[in-house]
Design a protein around this ligand. Sequence first.
Ligand code: GAL
Length: 505
Amino acid sequence: MYIVYSVETMCCLKLIVFSALIAVVRGERRFPDAFKFGAATASYQVEGAWNVSDKSASIWDTYSHKKPSVIVDESNGDVACDSYHKWREDVQLASELGLDFYRLSLSWPRLLPNGFSNYISEDGKRYYNDVINGLLEKGIEPVITLYHWDLPQKLQDLGGWTNPLIVEWFADYARVAYDLFGDRVKSWITINEGIVACEGTYTLGSFAPGIYSPGFGSYLCNKNVLLAHAKAWRLYDEEYKPKYGGKVSLTNQIIWPQAHSEEYEDLAELVLQMNGGLYSHAIYSKEGGWPPAVEKYIAEKSAQEGYTRSRLPPLTTEEINLIKGTFDFYALNYYTSWLVRSPKEGENIGKWPLYGCEEINALLEPAPEWPPTSSDWFFEYPEGLRRLLSWLKKTYGDMEYRIMENGYASDKRDLNDVNRVNYYKTHLEQVYLAITEDNVNVTYYTAWTLLDNFEWNDGYVSKFGLVDVDFTHPDRPRTPRSSAYYYANVISTRSLYDDDLKTNL
Ligand code: GAL
C-alpha cells in the first residue's frame, strides 16, 4: 500500500528530519515536551513593605530588627527587592525569560495579620490576587508556597512550630489560601524545607527566631511541620481537589551525602536518612513514620544519656497514618553535596552540625575538586543531583519529581556571571540524564532565584539571582545577567547543547 503525501506534508517531514539531524550533530538534548521551566522567590526575601497596610511582623522582621548582628551585613527584609510595589516588573521579567511557571510564597502575616483566620487582610488579598492574575495574563503558571519561613510573630509568641496547636492554625491558614486563590492556583507547596527551617532555628540557632535547642527543638518542630503539612494536604485533597484538580506537596532540601570512602557508607546512609528520610520516609514510604534507622539511633542514644524517653518525639499510629501518602508529587530542592566521614580523634565535627550530623557524629566536608561558591555551605557537585534523584526513585518509587529550587551563590554583582551559567548548564544536564538514562519522571525545574534577594543570615551579600538588583538604589533597579539570557535560551529551545556530556556517573 502506498500513502500519497501532499507537497506541504513532504516539506514538513523533510524539515523535521533535517532538524533532528542538526540536533544530533549539535549534540542537542531536548527535554520532554511537557517539561516545565520556572524560577522561584519567597515573600520575606523579596517583598519588603514589611509594615504597610495591616501587615503584622513576621519572625524574620522581629529577629532582624532586634538582632541585626545575626545577619552578615546587618541588613533586613524591610524593603528587600520591593516586590510588593514592583511586582509588575517581576512578572514582566518572568515573561521575558519565557518562564512556564513562577514559584512565589504567601506571607502569612500579610494575609492573616492576627496569625489566625478570623481576620483576612484586604490588602494582602488584593496583593496576591494582583500577582497571580498578572502571571496568568502572561501565560505563566503561579506555583504558591504557603509557608517559606516568615511565621507571624504573634504565633511565635505562642511557641511557634513547637506548639502542637500550630498544626490546626496552619490548616486554617491553608483553607483561607485555597478559598481565595484555589480557582487559579493548581500547584501548591505547603511548607518549604521544613528540615532546614527547623534545624536552622533550633540546631544552629541562627534562623529566626534563633532558639538554640539542638536535639530537642528541631525534632518537635519537624514533627509539627509534618503534621501541619499533612492536615493542609488532606484538606485540599478532600475539599478542593475535586473542584479544582490541583496538586499539593512540600519541598525537601536534601544534600547528597557521599561516603568519603567505603568504610563510611553506613554513616553516609544514616546522614541521608536524617536529612532526606525524616520527611520522605514519613510521607512517601509504604510504612510511614520516622525512618527506622534514625528512630532506633536516637532512642538508644537518649537512653544512654539517661533520658526516660527518646528525644525524638514518637509518632502515634494515627499520626503516622495521617502523614503517610500526603503528596501529589515529590518536590526536591537541591544545591550541594558533601563527603561524609567520622571525625578523627579530637577533631570537632565543625560548623555543619545540621541534619542530625551532630547527633550521629558525622563530619561533612567538600571534596577538594568541587568548586566553592560564595556561600560557605555550598560546593558544586552536579552529579549529586542525579544520584539523589535515582536514590529517591529507588527508595520511594516511581512518581512525579519536581525540582523546586536549584541555583548558584556568588558575592559579586557581575552581569556576566559565567560561573552561574555553568552551574545551571551542568545541573540541567544531570536532570536531563536523570530523565533519559535513569527514567526518573522529572517534570519541573526551578531556578533559585529570579532576583538577587535577602539571603537569610547572608543578607544581601550572597546573590543567587538570574537578575541583578541594585540594593543601594531606592528604586531597586533590576538588570538581567548572562545567566538569565542563557536560561531564556534553554527555555525557548527546550534544549541543552553540549557535545562532551558524560552519561555515566
Ligand atoms: C533554600 C531556601 C531559599 C534560598 C536558598 C538559597 O534553602 O529555600 O529561600 O535561600 O536556600 O540559600
